[in-house]
Write a protein that binds this ligand. Sequence first.
Ligand SMILES: *Cc1c(COP(=O)(O)O)cnc(C)c1O
Length: 441
Amino acid sequence: MLRGDDPMGDGRADPRRRVPRTDVLLADPRLATAAATLGRERVKAAVRQAQDRARRGEINPDEVRDAVLAALPPAVPRAVLNATGVLLHTNLGRAALSEAAVAAVVAAAGHTDVELDLGTGRRARRGRDALAALAAAVPGAEAVHVVNNGAAALVLAATALAADAEIVVSRGELVEIGDGFRLPDLLASTGARLREVGTTNRSTLADYAAAIGGRTGFVLKVHPSNFRVTGFTSSVPVRRLAGLGVPVVVDIGSGLLAPDPALPDEPDAASALAAGAGLVTASGDKLLGGPQAGLLLGDAGLVERLRRHPLARALRVDKLTLAALAATLGDPATPTRSALHADPAALRARTERLRDALAGEGRKGEVVPSVAVVGGGGAPGVELDSWALSLPERYASALRVGDPPVLGRVARGRLLLDLRCVPEHADERLRAAVLAVPEDD
Ligand SMILES: *Cc1c(COP(=O)(O)O)cnc(C)c1O
């Protein structure tokens, strides 16, 4: 169907002449965004097809842009295979959600009962499933609350419990979380004053006791989650801080709710509360293996002060997060936990199968020992025995921009693909991704 009228009779309405030019289309903000996520070539191909359709008269010239958008897949984030051997890679979004959590997010994407009791038709406490699951997972917590991330949990605690008061904290625990964000700056931004005690390597109970007084809001204990101090060191355990007569807030960071024998030095919420902590803060997307969230657990009176503070509303979590958190707590068999507890012998066998399959296609790789780490602010210094497929370094960039993108680790001129964080069902896709890299000739 040819739709171009030509009322002027001068050919200006000739559809072929009114088809928008490629550079004009590519400058459209929506197409520019698509090009950024899908790649410029892919968008260009869709542009050419839509222009051809307009030239053939199948669509109007002013419909070309919408036709391009309709032909492109929705701009979704690219699912990356994490072969770095870093379990919680901040640049890769930390924890991968479990299948149960993914299903919960999809189910929650429409209208849900996030704040409604369907039985009575009345308003209910927001996210009560996630809160109940968290409380059940840590019976030692009298009350729980959830905010956007670990940093928000600390900000809320500092604002609600220590604005215009002092937070007593060891100099050895004033950490930088990452990307330039420093805990002391974050806390100071709330209006609380930091009362630093001890030195970088040593703090004693007497240091804390001397700093505590009428202006004290709480004592803060922070887990140095991304570094270790060794040698002549001492720090004061929560149990002894709890005897000082002021609330003790413990930032455990990683979100282990109970001790994990694989990580004997990593603090957990249950133990901190049992030792007398008034409040524990943690992240949802580290070792818990859930969505980005800030978990607050502890004394009912303290948690209630946080919940009632006006700032709590600004830190409120989204329904998708609440759904994912409830599912993660309900079924803790997360990809993070699988990666943490993977058997090195099984990883070696998978890596050898990958090597053999690639060798059959004329690609030569070697199976080498590897060391995986927790990363992302958890279990510093812990080394997890692993195995990797070693390939020439030139594979690194090609795999990174492949489909799916694969991220490995480059060491001494070789690309190492560590399977510890690659789910076993993705081995075949990993093999295909390697084969898709053009051969060196
Ligand atoms: C990761 C971490 C934080 C920050 O938590 P986010 O969830 O990244 O905001 C704060 N404190 C400690 C000890 C951490 O490990």
